[in-house]
Design a protein around this ligand. Structure first.
Ligand code: DQA
Length: 150
């Protein structure tokens, strides 16, 4: 199979990883998350681009630009997960296979975190596995491509 290209999108406040509520999100920094994703992608022979924004419209723009440029999306929309119909609509509009990731275990958190709009356009959601969730999402996409090539 030819090399696949994944867009990884991280939403608001994830740039503060390491400093931000480490008891919930862990002590690894955003820089460390980038290096983690690059190492995991390399091992799987995947190309990745990682994009972070604190702005909903920028995330919508980036998803739109993914059409024709990427084979799949991994998205941690952070707080926009629970509010943004615009991000859901953008994911549906481009129709690329997408996987939702959350560092924390949303099922054990506040009621307002129990709804995920972004997740409604995703193959699956991986939550509560910290950085490993991004590697697991790469595996879900790889399996998806394999199955759709059959
Ligand atoms: C998060 C969970 C969201 O509820 C929260 O708003 C975040 C991070 C996670 O990765 O656990 O910013 O997406």
């Amino acid at each position: 199979m030819e090399q696949k290209n994944i867009l990884i999108i991280n939403g608001p406040n994830l740039n503060l990883l390491g400093k931000r509520e480490p008891e919930i999100y862990g002590s690894g920094t955003y820089e460390e998350l980038l290096r983690f994703c690059e190492a995991k992608a390399e091992r799987r022979d995947l190309e990745i681009e990682v994009f972070q924004s604190n702005h909903e419209g920028e995330i919508v723009d980036k998803i739109q630009q993914a059409l024709g440029a990427f084979d799949g999306i991994i998205i941690n929309a952070a707080a926009y997960t629970h509010t943004s119909i615009a991000i859901l609509d953008a994911l549906k509009a481009v129709g690329l296979p997408a996987v939702e990731v959350h560092l924390s275990d949303l099922s054990k958190r506040e009621a307002f975190r129990q709804i995920s709009y972004a997740g409604m356009a995703c193959i699956t959601s991986i939550t509560g596995r910290g950085f490993e969730g991004y590697a697991a999402a790469m595996d879900v996409l790889a399996e998806h491509w394999e199955n759709s090539a059959e």
